[in-house]
Design a protein around this ligand. Structure first.
Ligand code: RAT
Ligand code: ZN
Length: 402
């Protein structure tokens, strides 16, 4: 059925709401991986985005904060950011969105009663996946963290929902240690220890991509180093993309711990060289700085082996998303992966995706209205085809996931 201006907005909103999501980058684990699975109100508040906000908006000193137990940290964040201040930042607003979605009123309630009510409502990861309409997601799995990697020794979790990825930052951050771990896990006869270990990890976990976060200082090792050339050859043989998360500077404030990372430099001319030098490798790319977004979009129009994904971390702000999402559509049509959640606490899937859809809807509506104005025959099928691509198809196609 051909759509008109009268029914377009309703149809679009229904399709966006009902289409299931494939979330291609998270830090989530299945509930059975007990020490790593995070859920619940207190975990939501102990999020490093909120910790950084607390430590910079108040006079609370980082070491004092980190000396508190988990519950005290959460209640302090609630008190300082939600009671003493107005919670307008994106990270704060996310917590309120989840509370609203769960019909939890906060007026006249203290931290503990909100927390109890919350934890009674969220019973399992399935609950959260239902609320957020996420059907499957990619974890971040570090093959050099053997405790975390033990996930792949157990079978009591759903591999169709939780897909694996190989996070290779340790090869950049502490090569010696990563090498020694790989050596201990592989047989002495192997020619190339790292690749042999990655192959072993591949067999155990069946990852859908490998990933590494980089900045200007260490990007060169990827292009010039022989180890990375071997890794790229191995990835090509496995048809696995390499996900490049570009422009991070770790520990700009060491005292803040995980909350202390910031933005570093990156030179996207080097990325273009990489795409040319390894034309048979596929690269998923996301950039942390707003400054790089236009050039990255142009590169994605020039290199078929490069696919942009998501609004990473400091880019995940409504004002920035609105602007950059439109720029991407103007230049790339719908041939990019518009979002990933980066969720660390399972419950965050609810707000990360509802916030994104709230931005996506009016932007798409404007493009479609324009098409109708120009007499382009829009149908429900076309809308569904497009939303499928944006919410799962583009990512699954690039990764070769069915
Ligand atoms: O967004 C985040 O939670 C960051 O801390 C990082 O984990 C980032 O997404 C990454 O994957 O390095
Ligand atoms: Zn991440």
């Amino acid at each position: 059925m051909i759509l008109s201006n009268d029914n377009l907005s309703n149809k679009l909103s229904n399709i966006i709401d009902s289409t299931t999501i494939f979330d291609m980058h998270t830090h989530l684990f299945p509930p059975s991986h007990k020490n790593f699975f995070l859920s619940g109100f207190k975990n939501l508040l102990n999020y490093h985005y909120l910790i950084a906000e607390l430590l910079t908006a108040t006079n609370i000193d980082a070491s004092t904060f980190y000396s508190y137990n988990f519950e005290k940290k959460a209640s302090l964040i609630w008190n300082e950011l939600f009671e003493k201040r107005t919670p307008v930042s994106e990270a704060c607003s996310g917590v309120l969105s989840i509370l609203k979605e769960l019909n939890i009123e906060i007026n006249n309630k203290n931290f503990l009663s909100i927390s109890d009510e919350y934890d009674n409502k969220i019973q399992s990861d399935k609950n959260i996946l239902n609320y957020s309409n996420v059907s499957s997601l990619v974890m971040t799995n570090n093959p050099f963290d053997l405790d975390e990697w033990s996930l792949f020794k157990s079978t009591d979790w759903d591999k169709k929902i939780y897909l694996a990825s190989l996070r290779l930052d340790d090869l950049i951050l502490d090569y010696e240690e990563a090498y020694n771990k790989a050596k201990n896990q592989t047989s002495k006869q192997e020619q190339d220890t790292i690749v042999a270990y990655l192959e072993k990890c591949y067999q155990q976990s069946r990852p859908v991509y490998a990933a590494v976060s980089l900045n200007l200082a260490n990007f060169k090792t990827i292009v010039d180093g022989s180890m990375w050339r071997n890794i790229l050859a191995w990835l090509e043989s496995k048809k696995l993309p390499l996900s490049l998360m570009l422009g991070v500077k770790r520990s700009v404030n060491k005292d803040f711990g995980l909350a202390g990372d910031g933005i570093g430099d990156i030179n996207l001319k080097e990325l273009s060289k990489l795409c040319n030098s390894f034309p048979k490798n596929k690269f998923l790319v996301t950039c942390l700085s707003l400054n790089d977004q236009h050039e990255l979009t142009v590169l994605s129009r020039k290199h078929p082996n490069l696919r942009i994904f998501g609004f990473w971390w400091f880019m995940n702000q409504p004002t920035i998303i609105k602007q950059v999402l439109k720029m991407r559509i103007d230049m790339l049509g719908f041939s990019f992966i518009p979002q990933h959640s980066d969720a660390r606490v399972t419950d965050q899937l609810i707000y990360k995706w509802s916030h994104f859809k709230k931005i996506l809807y009016p932007i798409l509506l404007e493009y479609y209205q324009n098409l109708l104005y120009k007499n382009f025959p829009l149908s429900e099928e076309i809308l569904q085809r497009d939303i499928n691509k944006l919410l799962f198809g583009n990512a699954k196609n690039f990764l070769g996931v069915s």
